[in-house]
Design a protein around this ligand. Structure first.
Ligand code: GLC
Length: 540
């Protein structure tokens, strides 16, 4: 087990993301809950992860599944009670699992008492907790569009002002320039630290530094980093807390501010550059350009080496399932899921596994009525309004829709995949009878055990944490190969990103080296479809 009293223990850790609505329903209402999670902690312990990033469980109207918080200090009754939360923290702790709470600090719900007061009068003490501009009903301050569609400005006729909402009208942006608001947020963070949570994932962190008066969504205002440092001093006081900020638009240079090596801001960030390469304007898809992907990873591996810290992830609750995206969710589902895992976990950084990824769960196709996500629904309506037909719109939703990753966890081949005893809030993927945790646990060759091995190796071998990264054959369009090197230990990772058989790729120094892990038996000779090999050699 990791020594979590050490300052940067999280550099050797692996985390697991739980999307609570879809993880495990214990009370039979079709929605996942905290008691459901408690009942599955043994499963996570078996996988070998060190902590859980828990997507929001706070009180919320759930316009955006909890990313719209109406009380930061309360648990949503859908998920349970504060006593359940306390039990979850204690039971997780007993198994060496640190809980990382999701913190949404860029915006609150429009039902938060602060906002209800703020919009009732310009004189409210909370008015300045949000961002307001004067205006008339038909003339917003500028043409900035919100992430989930529509204007980023919403008019409140009672006070004759617009408020700023970067995501949706139900998610008014908080005004970080207001010191009293910042104090409230820091106190709230301390409330959770005092409860025993071990860290935080900070939602949409780059959007906290905003410039509402410029048209477009401009993030990462320089003052943002002042706030980060202040928050670190005031709220994240313990050096052992792990903090990870979500920053979609951040490049290497700025990441080095957030995740700098002296720890004055956050432990690490989620950056998304690798997730944009096969995407056009959010809803369009091009084939994955492997050469660009490799260059992208190389740039991040080199950029942060010794100066910051990477996080490593392939999917989350906002992204499609990786095996359906970069792998093959048909014939080579198992092979390609393992290959992608090895490619990711072999690098420097802290890996995050998204629930079901360790089973090779796949994307889903639903009818528009069956989807739940507000982004999908808004996109569909906006495209219809532009004159496109449903047949033209649906393929982009099948590819990018966030509900792909939000279908219930597939635990068994039984009713509702063992997720619930009743019809769940979102349909179960029909492939649950073949893809589920019960059968994965019974099969020593499953994707689950492959992840378990990767996690074990990361803890055993310092080269995962310390080793420098070298990309091999950068122009190769089909294979992704790299080494990780310390003075006396060397890793080679070779991945075939295609369904073709390709010539072997093994630098001379690794000939005859120990095979640490592979996704086929007898890993030698040509690379079979989606084959992945990890080799180790000792010495200089
Ligand atoms: C983040 C969350 C996403 C949410 C958005 C607004 O990107 O991951 O699920 O909709 O922020 O809070």
């Amino acid at each position: 087990m990791l020594d979590k009293t050490k300052r940067d223990w999280w550099k050797s850790a692996v985390f697991y993301q739980i999307y609570p609505k879809s993880f495990q329903d214990a009370n039979g209402d079709g929605v996942g809950d905290l008691r459901g999670i408690i009942g599955r902690l043994d499963y996570l312990e078996k996988l070998g992860v060190d902590g859980i990033w828990l997507s929001p469980v706070y009180a919320s109207p759930h316009r955006d599944n909890g990313y719209d918080i109406s009380d930061y200090r309360a648990v949503h009754p859908l998920f349970g009670t504060m006593a359940d939360m306390d039990e979850l923290i204690a039971e997780a702790d007993r198994r060496g699992l640190t809980i990382i709470m999701d913190l949404v600090l860029n915006h609150s719900s429009d039902q938060h008492p602060w906002f209800l007061s703020a919009k009732s009068s310009r004189k409210s003490p909370c008015h300045d907790y949000y961002i307001w501009r004067d205006g008339t009903p038909d003339c917003p301050p500028n043409g900035t569009r919100a992430v989930f569609g529509g204007s980023a400005w919403t008019y409140v006729p009672e006070i004759g002002q617009y408020y700023y909402n970067q995501f949706s009208p139900w998610q008014p942006d908080l005004n970080w320039e207001n010191p009293a608001l910042r104090r409230e947020l820091y106190d709230m963070i301390r409330f959770w630290v005092d409860k025993g949570v071990g860290g935080f994932r900070l939602d949409a962190i780059d959007k906290m530094g905003k410039e509402p008066d410029r048209e477009g969504l401009f993030c990462s205002h320089p003052r943002l980093h002042q706030y980060m440092r202040e928050m670190r001093r005031e709220a994240f006081r313990e050096d052992t807390l792990v903090t990870v900020g979500e920053a979609w638009g951040t490049g290497v240079e700025e990441a080095m501010l957030y995740a700098n090596a002296n720890g004055s801001e956050l432990s690490m960030i989620f950056q998304f550059e690798h997730t944009f390469l096969d995407q056009v304007d959010k809803w369009g898809r091009i084939p994955l350009p492997l050469v660009k992907l490799k260059r992208c990873y190389e740039q991040w591996q080199h950029g942060l080496a010794g100066r910051g810290w990477n996080s490593l992830f392939l999917n989350n609750h906002d992204l499609p399932r990786i095996v359906s995206r970069w792998g093959d969710d048909g014939t080579y589902r198992v092979e390609s899921a393992k290959m992608l895992a090895m490619m990711c976990h072999g690098m420097q950084g802290t890996p995050y596994i998204y629930q079901g990824e360790e089973l090779g769960m796949t994307n889903i196709r639903l009818s528009i009525e069956e989807y739940d996500d507000l982004e999908i629904k808004n996109h569909f309506q906006e495209e219809l309004a532009k004159g496109r037909t449903p047949e033209e719109i649906m393929p982009s939703i099948y590819t990018w829709g966030r509900d792909n990753a939000r279908t219930p966890m597939q635990w068994t081949g039984g009713d509702w995949a063992g997720f619930s005893t009743v019809k769940p809030w979102l349909p179960v993927n029909p492939n649950y009878s073949a893809i589920n945790a019960e059968s994965a646990l019974a099969d020593p060759d499953s994707i689950f055990y492959f992840y378990q091995k990767l996690i074990t190796l990361r803890k055993q071998l310092p080269v995962f944490r310390e080793g420098s990264f070298t990309l091999l054959c950068p122009e190769d369009e089909k294979r992704f190969a790299y080494t990780r090197d310390t003075a006396d230990e060397h890793l080679l990772v070779v991945c075939n990103f295609t369904a073709e058989t390709l010539p072997e790729c093994c630098p001379e120094a690794f000939c005859g080296a120990e095979v640490l892990l592979a996704n086929y038996g007898d890993p030698s000779g040509p690379l079979r479809p989606y084959e992945a090999r990890m080799l180790r050699r000792k010495g200089a």
